[in-house]
Design a protein around this ligand. Sequence first.
Ligand code: SF4
Ligand code: SF4
Ligand code: SF4
Length: 589
Amino acid sequence: MKRTMLSGNEAIARGAFEAGVKVASAYPGTPSTEILENIARYSTIDASWAPNEKVALEVGIGASFGGGRALVAMKHVGVNVAADPLFTLSYTGVRGGLVLVTADDPELHSSQNEQDNRNYAKFAKIPMFEPSDSQEALDFTRLALEVSERFDTPVMLRTTTRISHSKSVVEPGEPAAGPSTAGCIEKNPAKFVMLPGNARKRHTVVEERLRSMEEWACHQSFNRIEVGEGKVGVITSGVSYLYAKEILPDADILKLGLVYPLPKQLIRDFASRYDTLYVIEELDPFIEEQVRALGIAVHGKDLLPICGELTPARLNKALTAKDVQNYFVPSEPLPNRPPNMCPGCPHRSIFYSLNRLKAFVTGDIGCYTLGFMEPLSAMDTCICMGASIGNATGMTKVLDPEEARRVVAVIGDSTFLHTGINGLMDMVYNKSTATVLILDNRITAMTGRQENPGSGYTLMGEETTRIDLEALCRSVGVKHVTVIDPYDIEHTRNVIKTEMQRPEVSVVIARRPCMLVKRDPVKRQPSLAVDADKCTGCRACLQLGCPAIEWQPDAGDKGKAVINPLLCCGCGLCSQMCHFDAIGVRHEG
Ligand code: SF4
Ligand code: SF4
Ligand code: SF4
């Protein structure tokens, strides 16, 4: 077929289509999100957003057990959520092939940690492929599904942000129908029911599977040797392969497509040829430690950084001690642009109010994590998806009652449905007194506005049942559920203040659609303007941190505010802040 440019994520979607995948499920998370968004374009695949990664994998497992091929995608931290079914799936094996894509994020471009998920493959005893470009992302997706069925195992496919988001040339293949067993039930409790007696036997199967895969992998073309000048040897994989080729163009390279289990004999044979052998890999010494365990001396993390992306510049510096600049540097210094919520974001007034009320805020993952930034400065913890509520419960258990009243958990609608609901059940059951604020903007905003069970739409854009958050909270035993409009600052602050004083669990749902959701009826208001004659330079409006409000330090005695009409969406929050009636509707002309 005609060659084309695809990102790694687009190529994985194409590979799933070509391999005859029947079901794909995911929870959005950068850098994995576009995999499902692209799969949704193939009508032969049932693609859906799950409320969390564990559910996504469980859906994939069901499809596989039914005989269909399945693909499940998530970012690296999502695998932590899905780890429970994953480790047992390693024991049961599959029927239809099952691929779990983990999109890792070296350098933490958009994540709360920098974990290296190659370790999951070893820990769960399942094979892991690692593509180095988009062509391999497509090919390895197909291959992984075949390997999954051949060795009766789930297979992981690991990408990193550079592979997920960068584009390279791909030659698409012809689509296949997938296994013919799709949709038929096969009773086999010894394989699928992991009671201890069955699981013990399956553990033995898992170990034998790994041994036979390791031998098989020594003779497969995805683990290949590229011959250079024969003086220096390099063992590498993934995006590090491209960097190694760039910095050491004359080296002999053993490029590993399958990073677990490693082809030990192939590695022994390769290593025996060199006095100088490098293992070039990003983040953890995953390959290096296994190579050293074979009794082979290598250079690896004694030279290379263990933290952050392994860029060509960093690799060059590590190997040659030369600080060579091989990346673009702008000729003019660029202004610093710290991340900020959009103008008109419904979350802004919430954090302003929490700051004023001197709340201690246990936060969560989403756009609202930006409530941590100045001038709002109203987020005090942030651990992982859904942790805010449990964190608040724990705090209230150790603080004296007066201090405990200051604790407020803040969580978004999607994150609440992801895993926050579990924390709320615990909060009610174990009699916590904290207040929970659910910021319901009717979408999964931070990853790019994906639907969720609270939005009322599926990934395919079909209308569906919308989870009633108020009813859900009441159903787990919350007696005090209040819905507020966060655009009304005074009411918002009064309700939060009242609920913070309440000596039992209460939930406040702050409901306003995200400004960027097109289908929700957010009526854009005319932009506002500052009347310079009335502005006293009190700076109260600046406390909102709205990027549309600019400051003119030389105007008047103290400076004056001015509103950028290109950014302002007329939400009206700033006019509520101004006690001098200086902010009103802009009159053009
Ligand atoms: S994307 Fe939506 S929720 Fe996120 S900061 Fe912008 S307006 Fe707020
Ligand atoms: S709050 Fe009103 S008076 Fe104060 S700086 Fe802003 S526009 Fe000017
Ligand atoms: S009305 Fe005020 S707070 Fe709202 S977007 Fe415009 S400048 Fe920002």
